[in-house]
Design a protein around this ligand. Structure first.
Ligand SMILES: *Cc1c(COP(=O)(O)O)cnc(C)c1O
Length: 236
């Protein structure tokens, strides 16, 4: 892109190219993958720069920040809640998100069901899986995922669309290939059970460091922050 584009517009196009390269490598179609621009901690102005080049899907990890950004930005943006969600914040999300990626407990799911019912909504969610079983991460353990999905399948105001995971922070993204492969297999296995009210169409995995490997292993949604917006500064 020419130099009248801003840094994050150029970065976005670069990520876009890499996605195409990964798709070509394994014979997938570009349309199978959604690129989420993870805008947490980043200002409205940068989101607007991406909006100008047609970007409409953004990911945030804090309810307060998400709400402020929704207020300030065009209504045709699709917002994804990708961060850990506390039950007392669920009510503020109703009707605002396209997809909540981080459902990882029965109590959270119950609150989502109850609020969604109250607002007469059907809320799309992913089940967050702690695939690598890291102590520091949220998420359901792999072996408990099917039972959890079955439990939630009776919640009429929740629609399970698939699984989400955050792979470990590694030096070489190849190290995460096995993690991605395993969660893809888990999604396929659950999908084969044909559980009522449950979809396994979305596989949200791959971040700045490893999204190409994630795509090669079946990701349908990559969540890229740093690779588009640059490093985050949490000290301001
Ligand atoms: C911050 C965040 C991302 C983006 O991470 P980058 O490494 O900056 O691309 C993706 N997913 C989740 C859940 C996040 O919290």
């Amino acid at each position: 892109m020419s130099n009248n584009h801003t840094a994050c517009q150029v970065n976005y196009e670069e990520v876009e190219k890499n996605i195409c390269i990964a798709c070509r490598k394994v014979g997938r179609k570009r349309e199978e993958i959604t690129l989420l621009a993870v805008s947490k901690t980043k200002p409205i102005s940068l989101i607007k720069e991406l909006y100008e080049i047609g970007v409409r899907e953004f990911g945030e990890n804090k309810v307060q920040e998400l709400s402020e950004k929704i207020e300030a930005l065009p209504t045709d943006i699709q917002w994804h809640m990708i961060g850990h969600l506390q039950r007392n914040k669920v009510k503020y999300l109703m009707g605002k998100t396209t997809l909540i990626h981080s459902v990882d407990s029965l109590r959270l799911a119950q609150e989502l069901q109850s609020q969604a019912e109250k607002h007469n909504l059907r809320v799309s969610i992913l089940i967050e899986v702690n695939m690598a079983e890291e102590d520091t991460k949220f998420g359901i353990r792999s072996k408990d995922t099917e039972a959890f999905v079955r439990e939630l399948s009776s919640f009429q105001n929740i629609q399970i669309q698939g699984l989400m995971t955050s792979a470990p922070n590694v030096e070489d993204p190849e190290e995460n290939r096995v993690v991605f492969r395993k969660i893809k297999q888990l999604a396929v296995d659950i999908s084969k059970k044909n559980i009522d009210n449950v979809n396994m169409n979305v596989l949200s995995m791959g971040m700045s460091n490893d999204y190409m490997v994630a795509i090669e292993e079946g990701s349908t949604m990559v969540r890229v922050g740093t690779g588009i917006f640059g490093k985050r500064n949490y000290n301001i």
